[in-house]
Design a protein. Structure first.
Ligand code: PRP
Length: 220
């Protein structure tokens, strides 16, 4: 992170204070309204970029995390567009093949000669995006660009082009707006930084009550 004023993140407005209890379990990082505003900006920019595309651009969502972002982004483009999805799987470090990615679900459509926009929720090490860009690039699209909601630059291992991004975030574990912990919390509207990941790993339901309970403490 650079010398931005405390409480701000690149690409977004001021970070709203607020913690999801139990005390200190997670802190709000980007609010739903900040996300909505930024997605509108990106949609407008990308709609302008692809306004003369014939046939229309193909937005490729990378399952599962990007689903919410893609759904909002495509509605803010203001132009005709198609959607397709890929799902990938990473081999774990314990397999001795850390960073090796394989396709679990491939595109249904042909992208030869198409303008392709790869839609990610987060770029972390860059290994997944590097693999996906290579795989899609080999299929001879007319153009290939990436938009990611979140860019965790501090964690990058492989330099990879990211043409459009919503927010640069620090090296924190994030849940909400499509991002999960063990499959949970994707449908939390705001983005939260988990303060103690080990604590959440010991109790994956730690944030269920605060986020979804009868008297949630996270929405103000
Ligand atoms: C996330 C994200 C990217 C990848 C980025 O997917 O959607 O695809 O990790 O990480 P990298 O830059 O270190 O390769 P995840 O594996 O969490 O799957 P999910 O989207 O289904 O939650």
């Amino acid at each position: 992170m650079t010398d931005r004023p405390a409480g701000e993140i690149e690409g977004g407005g001021a970070v709203r204070s607020g913690a999801a209890g139990p005390p200190g379990a997670a802190d709000i990082l980007i609010t739903a309204s900040q996300i909505a505003q930024r997605v509108e900006e990106l949609g407008s920019e990308l709609g302008h970029l692809y306004r003369d595309s014939v046939p229309p651009p193909v937005l490729v969502g990378v399952l599962k995390g990007s689903a919410l972002f893609l759904a909002d982004l495509i509605r803010s483009l203001g132009i005709d567009a198609e959607v397709d999805f890929m799902a990938i799987s990473s081999y774990s470090a314990s397999s001795g093949q850390s960073g090796v990615v394989r396709i679990v679900k491939d595109l249904e459509g042909d992208i030869v000669g198409r303008d392709v926009l790869l839609v990610e929720d987060i770029v972390d090490t860059g290994l997944t995006l590097t693999y996906l860009r290579r795989s899609l690039g080999e299929r001879r699209p007319r153009s290939l660009k990436t938009v990611t909601l979140l860019d965790k630059v501090a964690r990058r291992i492989v330099p990879v082009p990211v043409e459009y991004r919503g927010f640069e975030i620090p090296d924190v574990f994030v849940v909400g707006y499509g991002l999960d912990f063990m499959g949970r919390y994707r449908n939390v509207p705001d983005l939260y930084a988990v303060r103690d990941l080990a604590r959440l790993a010991n109790d994956p339901e730690l944030l269920v009550g605060p986020f979804f309970g009868p008297e949630p403490t996270v929405r103000t």
